[in-house]
Design a protein around this ligand. Structure first.
Ligand code: PRX
Length: 664
């Protein structure tokens, strides 16, 4: 259960921010009263509501039934056929909008473009149709068929979007792996998805350095022989070795491919993609999303949450996430393109070549809607206001945050410094599993309170309950649930039905349980109080504490490990590892101890990727366990946070251990 004390600091934030009247007047949803009416109707008549939304998109064949619900299995738009790639591209071209810009891409390096600026590429819907069709033909020529899993491990280049859309066009299931993950993670995901084709880049640019993507793939493929073909896009001229017969150059294949490739009509419930996310056990879960429902949910939520205006020629939306995460899937590509709005993709990091890179991009491209993570906002605050103040950010209209709770101080800074006090902020709560937004303000309607993700999206029935499923009173901590199925919901965990049922549908009878704690304030606004399982959210990314523990114990110097989160100034939550060493414990503070800690941090980076690198490592001879053998994680959390020990240590077998752990 969530710790009710965790809500205390949030309760002190009472400032309210109403949407500016001129913004509200032109918004899709203009007032709280209108939201309440629409929401009530969407919950009372979900099938009518969702079918009206779906009717705004293209279907090869309409549905016979909107929803078939046999808990925990939902089928949306049963009998219908559609294609998400068609809705992202062809629908716009068919409507005569082929010359409208679909994707604005900016490369990381400054000086590569004409006139010494960064490299910028603008792809119209027509351009995108050509590129995606050709690449779809490349996939077909390599034997990829409807339902096959294709693995993507690329940097943020336009070809990543092209590859995703090409998969969707021919009905292949993409499994995108974030470019920061390690060879082991690639191998595990390839094996789990039984993927025979992998698409990568020679490398990707990150803060002026080349991340060796192809080398990681080569290493991964020494551990599995599943992959028969690797397509390599040359981004960095890294001159990577190519294996004859297995590795193929992207451009050579594309140049030889025919230009025309009609979109495959897909059943609404055909698998669209799998995307791995961390869970309470060591093994990541391949979250499954299907075609029709995911399309309708991401389309509606992108439109309402960001108040997207298809008919505004200046509308330019930018989400700073990587396509390797759900945020990039849903809110760089799939929710955006069907809304006929231009979406910006940026290749690099926020501080390259200088800490004002994001604000420079917003000013140069005149970005109107901006979506980023609280961790990034906290980093910007640290780097100093002068980097922001140099730039004209007056094009901005809506600011969004995602991935983790935002502390009120960061919210207010974002509102004032980035939004000039005039842009509504949408703090969006959702998950890889939910496909799209579940709780969020609507920018023209909701009066926001910093730190709260406010209200359920239209069509979404969220509540805070006890373990029997009964709603808890206002301002009481409880379990966040969704009581009704929604179109973008996950359809399962790839290859693991039992884990799907156990993880999401067994904690509270009859309801979807995302494993977050929450409370609702007297105004009806939701506040997320933290995870209620062994997942920690580090810099906006899910990390299973068990995954890190498994990585640590795979090091020869480690006998046992326990990992917990602790409050971190920038990342929200940091990773603390408590490690029992094999053999003698090095003297605390000695060179040997410091050396070992560094090795263990690097080892986690290698095994899982940089996100999993512990911020603290404490070496010990034992872990605090109760007499029944359970690790006292609460005590470890207190030690990691440097708090006074409040846990009851009376059941601890070896009381001296606390001091050892504190010295670390
Ligand atoms: O704990 C919640 C937190 O991130 C988890 C989902 O992580 P992931 O599947 O990686 O998706 C991240 C991007 C959608 C949630 O269970 N979380 C996400 N958004 C918020 C949040 N916590 C508080 N406030 C949010 N706005």
């Amino acid at each position: 259960m969530p710790d009710p004390n965790a809500t205390e600091s949030m309760l002190t934030e009472t400032r309210r921010f109403a949407p500016p009247a001129d913004f509200a007047a032109r918004a899709h949803v203009k007032s709280m009263a209108q939201y309440e009416t629409l929401h009530a109707r969407s919950i009372a008549e979900p099938e009518a509501f969702w079918s009206e939304v779906a009717s705004e998109l293209h279907w090869f064949k309409p549905w016979d039934t909107v929803l078939e619900w046999n808990l925990p299995d939902a089928k949306w738009f049963v009998g219908a056929q559609t294609n998400l790639c068609y809705n992202c591209i062809d629908r716009q071209v068919d409507a005569g909008l082929g010359d409208k810009v679909a994707i604005v891409w900016e490369g990381e390096a400054v000086g590569d473009g004409p006139g010494g600026g960064p490299e910028v590429l603008k792809l119209t819907y027509h351009d995108l149709l050509g590129r995606v069709s050709r690449f779809a033909n490349v996939l077909k020529a390599r034997g990829v068929k409807k339902g096959d899993v294709v693995t993507l491990y690329m940097g943020m280049v336009p070809e990543l979007a092209v590859a995703m859309l090409a998969c969707a066009r021919i009905g292949a299931v993409h499994s995108v792996i974030f470019g920061g993950f390690s060879a082991q993670a690639i191998c595990d995901r390839v094996e789990d998805g039984k993927s025979k084709l992998l698409i990568t880049c020679d490398g990707s640019w990150r803060r002026g350095k080349v991340v060796p993507l192809k080398a990681n793939v080569d290493q991964a493929l020494t551990m599995t022989d599943r992959v028969k073909d690797v397509i390599v896009f040359n981004r960095c001229n890294a001159g990577v070795p190519m294996i004859d017969g297995r590795d193929h150059d992207w451009q050579t294949l594309v140049d030889a491919a025919p230009a025309d490739c009609p979109a495959e009509p897909m059943d609404a419930e055909d698998l669209l993609f799998i995307l791995y996310t961390s869970g309470s056990t060591g093994k990541p879960k391949g979250i499954m999303h299907t075609t029709g429902g995911y399309m309708v949910h991401t389309y509606l939520t992108a439109k309402l949450t960001f108040d997207l205006k298809a008919d505004d020629p200046d509308e330019l939306y930018w989400c700073t996430a990587d396509c390797g995460w759900i945020t990039g899937h849903s809110y760089i590509l799939y929710g955006l393109l069907p809304n006929r709005c231009a979406t910006l993709m940026f290749e690099g990091g926020p501080n390259h070549p200088a800490p004002d890179r994001f604000w420079d991009i917003i000013e140069r491209h005149k970005v109107t809607k901006f979506y980023t993570a609280p961790t990034a906002i906290r980093a910007f605050m640290k780097w100093g206001d002068e980097h922001v103040e140099k730039h004209d950010l007056s094009s901005l209209k809506v600011l969004g945050t995602v991935g983790e709770p935002i502390n009120p101080e960061a919210w207010v800074w974002y509102h004032e410094k980035i939004g000039g006090g005039r842009c509504p902020i949408v703090d969006t709560w959702w998950q890889t599993e939910t496909g799209g937004h579940m709780l969020t303000p609507l920018p023209g309607a909701t009066t926001t309170t910093p730190g709260s993700c406010c209200r359920p999206m239209l069509g979404i029935d969220m509540a805070v309950v006890n373990s029997d499923g009964q709603e808890v009173p206002n301002n009481t901590g409880g379990i966040l649930v969704c009581r009704k199925p929604w179109p973008g919901m996950l359809r399962g965990i790839y290859g693991d039905r039992g884990r799907f049922v156990e993880t999401y549908w067994s904690k509270v009878p009859g309801m979807y349980c995302p494993a977050d704690g929450a409370r609702i304030d007297p105004d009806g606004n939701f506040w997320i109080t933290g995870r209620i399982d062994d997942v920690i959210v580090v810099a906006g990314h899910n990390l299973g504490t068990m995954e890190v523990e498994s990585a640590l114990v795979s090091h020869r110097a480690v006998a046992e490990a326990a990992v917990v989160g602790f409050p971190h100034e920038v990342k929200g939550t940091g990773v603390a590892a408590f490690v029992i060493t094999q053999g003698e414990l090095p003297e605390p503070g000695s060179d040997a101890a410091e050396q070992l800690k560094k090795q263990l941090i690097a080892h986690c980076g290698q095994e899982l990727g940089p996100i999993a690198k512990p911020d603290q490592v404490r070496l010990t001879t034992a872990l605090p366990k109760t007499r029944s053998g359970k690790i006292m994680r609460r005590l470890l959390r207190d030690i990691a946070a440097g708090h006074e020990i409040t846990s009851d240590v009376s059941t601890l077998e070896d009381k001296g251990i606390v001091e050892t752990l504190q010295r670390g």
